[in-house]
Design a protein around this ligand. Structure first.
Ligand code: MN
Length: 267
């Protein structure tokens, strides 16, 4: 049966990655951190004075990178693994900073479903974001944990008011603070032609979604797209640290076959 065969032999996929970060024009430090290698594409936006935010976001990313199930080559992570990994990251930050620092976390993580097909697990705590560009559509996958997002959802602010709302940087969930650190999770199949954008609010507080979509559409190469997005945020004011990870999905070259052995030396 063709369907069974395609499940047993899912098309191999390849991932092209770009990442860029900048301190911005106003902040003294860059308190954003990121991880951009299979199977984890993540951005953490630290908060807290005196370098504490920098420590919090770095510990968050280091903690994820150290998870055995999230090491390069692994594609078996489950939603429960992600929840536990976020809890461990939360704990490591609280222990290191005395809950005086926090960080957001937005992540897109590759995993293999039971049918062998690759899927994305998207996780979010705070107001960093994951967007999906696919077949000409550009949409935010995550929902912000922020005061302004909640007021928008309640209809108590218009989008125009939200843009200048004085407490628009206040998040309602964060890692490391001792408050709610549970991630929201989403999952969907990975397919050729998708591009995922993971970013800190230094991008989205400067640029409208349509502007972000426009810059992405102009740059097919993920690194060129990441560089152009950071440059556009700086040009628009750069009032915050800005971090961007772009992942493009395409059909793999090897059709699932193991890579041929490489010669150990030339000539
Ligand atoms: Mn920020």
């Amino acid at each position: 049966m063709a369907e069974t065969d395609s499940r047993r032999h899912p098309a191999s996929l390849a991932f092209d990655v770009g990442a860029a970060t900048d301190r911005g024009s106003v902040r003294e430090l860059n308190e954003d951190s990121f991880l951009a290698r299979e199977p984890v594409f993540a951005v953490a936006d630290g908060m807290g004075g005196h370098e504490a935010g920098e420590v919090a976001s770095r510990l968050c990313i280091e903690s994820l990178a150290d998870e055995p199930v999230l090491r390069p080559g692994r594609r078996t992570v489950t939603a429960l693994d992600v929840i536990l990994a976020v809890r461990r990251a939360d704990l490591s930050i609280r222990e290191a900073t005395g809950a005086l620092a926090g960080t957001t976390l937005a992540a897109a993580i590759l995993t293999e479903g039971e049918d062998g097909a690759l899927a994305w697990l998207v996780a979010n705590v705070g107001d960093s974001r994951v967007y999906l560009e696919f077949e000409g559509e550009f949409s935010q996958l995550t929902e912000d944990h922020s005061e302004v997002w909640e007021l928008l959802a309640l209809g108590e602010l218009t989008p125009e008011e939200a843009r200048v709302y004085p407490r628009r940087n206040v998040v309602t969930r964060a890692l490391g603070t001792g408050f709610d650190a549970d991630p929201d999770l989403w999952t969907f199949p990975a397919s050729p032609g998708q591009r995922l954008l993971v970013c800190s609010d230094g991008l989205t507080c400067e640029l409208e979604d349509e502007q972000i979509a426009g810059v992405l559409a102009e740059h097919g190469d993920p690194q060129a797209a990441a560089d152009a997005l950071v440059a556009a945020a700086l040009e628009a004011g750069g009032s915050d640290n800005v971090t961007v990870v772009v992942v493009g999905v395409r059909t793999g070259d090897d059709d699932g076959a193991p890579a041929p052995p490489l010669p150990l030396s030339e000539g």
